[in-house]
Write a protein that binds this ligand. Structure first.
Ligand SMILES: Nc1nc2c(c(=O)[nH]1)N[C@H]1C(S)=C(S)[C@@H](COP(=O)(O)O)O[C@H]1N2
Ligand SMILES: [Mo]
Length: 397
């Protein structure tokens, strides 16, 4: 009761008729690769973020913010849309999600309907497949993100499985397709639709979520309701969810068949320049770790200090984190902080007695499934899934 009232009272109307002109450019930031200069601007419901593109809006979280805590505040959460036709407001009380296709009963669900179903909460990292693409060598086309196209939030919603059970799956169902309220500007552009295999769609943790960190989600992050697929890259986390279609055939729409595919090789890596290799749809995230309180290229004061950071993977959880203060020659085990679940950022810390000099710090995570980050960079033509060990040059004086 409480929850559905809270949901319906939120309007989601921003009046962002011209986002680009309303976003006041406050200053600029330099991402650490060639052509890395970006404006920094505050969009509606957002604090100042790094502007990658304005139409559609693509905003990156400044990396220093990840040092503030294990969860990324809603107003600091990155934003990525493919198509420029994004509603400027959504009336939550009128919003419906249709469930059609290979089902026994077609449904049209309101948020109130969802509010009457059992609610679950999961802490999960939402990371763009192309996070860190700007660091690919050789460079690849696509959004030149630094490391801030990711965030961690507590997502509350109902299980997709429960929604599908209400409709009743037919025996020939093989995938479930999702579409939001956004649409292409040109008729030739394919609408953004993503599909999950039927077993993933019915797993415990996939949610139709309407609350993000205890609040309605910002319009730019999918108000009033989005799909949450913990452990999987956020291309599947369809925002402003409006249509669920159960398919009895594998989805061959552009966003499944052509885009968001990775080489069918270990670590999704091929020799730079390769073409014509077999591909599979991108799915689970690989293991990553970062230092959050020291930026590469910075100068710090000598003395004992705590080095902090975050680690995560595609849902097995973080087993251990090691830090190096000598350019990956020797490693020191870091202490893992509070465990918010296997899909969440896991904070870690390590003690360092920093003596004057120049250092290369490095951090390496091992996941519970036994995967360890590698020093070797991966390469693929779309710039997906970067996860090599991060290095940080630091001057201590
Ligand atoms: N409706 C809709 N949902 C979408 C997209 C989109 O273009 N339209 N982009 C996807 C991609 S590629 C990413 S990385 C995430 C970004 O989620 P965020 O904007 O909340 O950070 O949304 C996903 N969901
Ligand atoms: Mo993405």
């Amino acid at each position: 009761m409480e929850r559905s009232r809270f949901l319906l009272s939120a309007s989601g109307a921003l009046g962002w008729l011209s986002l680009a002109s309303r976003a006041e450019a406050q200053n600029a930031i330099l991402l650490p690769f060639a052509n890395g200069e970006r404006p920094v601007a505050a969009y509606p419901q957002k604090r100042a973020l790094i502007v990658q593109t304005t139409r559609p809006p693509q905003l990156e979280t400044p990396f220093a913010l990840f040092d503030d805590g294990a969860f990324t505040p809603n107003d600091a959460f990155f934003v990525r849309w493919h198509l420029a036709g994004i509603p400027q407001s959504v009336d939550a009380s009128a919003h419906r999600i249709s469930v059609t296709g290979a089902v026994n009963r077609e449904l049209s669900l309101s948020l109130k309907d969802l509010g009457s179903m059992p609610a679950v909460e999961v802490a999960a990292v939402c990371q763009c497949s192309g996070n860190s693409r700007g660091f690919f060598q050789p460079r690849v086309p696509g959004g030149q993100w630094g490391n801030g196209a990711m965030g961690n939030a507590r997502w509350t919603g109902v299980r997709l499985r429960d929604v599908l059970a209400r409709a009743g799956l037919q025996r020939n169902a093989v995938q479930v397709q999702f579409r939001g309220l956004d649409s292409p500007v040109l008729v030739q552009t394919p609408a953004f639709k993503k599909s999950l295999p039927i077993d993933v769609a019915q797993s415990d943790d996939v949610l139709v979520a309407f609350v993000m960190n205890g609040e309605p989600m910002p319009l730019l992050n999918g108000f009033p309701v989005r799909l949450v697929v913990p452990g999987w890259y956020s291309t599947y986390w369809v925002k402003m969810l409006a249509q669920i279609t159960v398919l009895d055939y594998p989805d061959d729409n552009f966003w499944m068949k052509t885009a968001y595919r990775i080489p069918d090789t270990p670590s999704a890596s091929v020799a730079p320049g390769s073409t014509g290799f077999p591909t599979v749809p991108i799915s689970k995230m690989d293991v990553r770790s970062f230092i959050t309180n020291i930026a590469s290229g910075s100068s710090i004061a000598a003395g004992p200090m705590t080095v902090r950071g975050i680690a995560f993977d595609g849902g097995s959880g973080v087993r251990r984190v090691d830090v190096s203060f000598d350019g990956a020659l020797s490693w020191q085990r870091a202490a893992l902080e509070v465990d918010y679940g296997k899909y969440s950022f896991r904070r870690w810390n390590a003690q360092w007695n920093a003596e004057p000099g120049r250092y290369v710090l490095a951090v390496r995570a091992t996941s519970n499934d036994g995967t360890v980050q590698s020093a070797a960079p991966i390469w693929n033509p779309a710039g997906y899934m970067r996860n090599s060990i991060e290095n940080y040059s630091v001057a201590v004086s």
